[in-house]
Design a protein around this ligand. Sequence first.
Ligand SMILES: O=P(O)(O)OC[C@H]1O[C@H](OP(=O)(O)OP(=O)(O)O)[C@H](O)[C@@H]1O
Ligand SMILES: Nc1ncnc2[nH]cnc12
Length: 182
Amino acid sequence: MTLSKTERKIIEASIRDIKDFPKPGIVFKDITTLLNDHKAYGVLMNHLYQRYKEYNLDFIAGIDARGFIFGAALAQMLGLGFVPIRKKGKLPYTTISEKYSLEYGVDEVEVHIDAFSAVPNAKVLVIDDLIATGGTANAAATLVNQTGATCVEACFIIGLSFLDGIKKLEEKTTVYSLIEVN
Ligand SMILES: O=P(O)(O)OC[C@H]1O[C@H](OP(=O)(O)OP(=O)(O)O)[C@H](O)[C@@H]1O
Ligand SMILES: Nc1ncnc2[nH]cnc12
């Protein structure tokens, strides 16, 4: 199930473009306006629910920080557990971690080693608000797979398809992005 034209229009209209943030030449896709728009947020969450109720998922894993907002709400709607994939140094229990490249330098994400252990061979959806270079999502999918679970799909509200993040991630898992920005 994919987004209808009407659903796409409502969601797209609720996302605000901020030019030259955080630096000149970047158009920042601001999802705070989507979250503030009850109708658009509802259309989005209902679409995600309708799509993923067919997937027989075991967990939703959200990426720090904006992926938590969509991931935790979706997990609750689907009756599934939510797992946070966090930036380094935030999780209290034993973790596994994965480094990834940013435009400048490196960063690292972590997950609790037992996050998916309640279900053997768990099927996991990774979710975030946006994919740009794909470094963050790639590291998240790698972590999920390293725990013994499987990342069956990675979902993004916005995909910056002028970068090759989606293409790279598709080598590892199925990718679904609702709004593609060229
Ligand atoms: O595809 P990439 O090039 O890896 O970039 C995408 C990531 O960047 C943003 O998060 P950010 O690291 O800014 O953290 P935040 O959600 O805490 O703002 C966004 O929410 C994604 O997680
Ligand atoms: N253009 C963008 N807008 C919002 N979040 C981002 N993360 C990486 N690139 C981004």
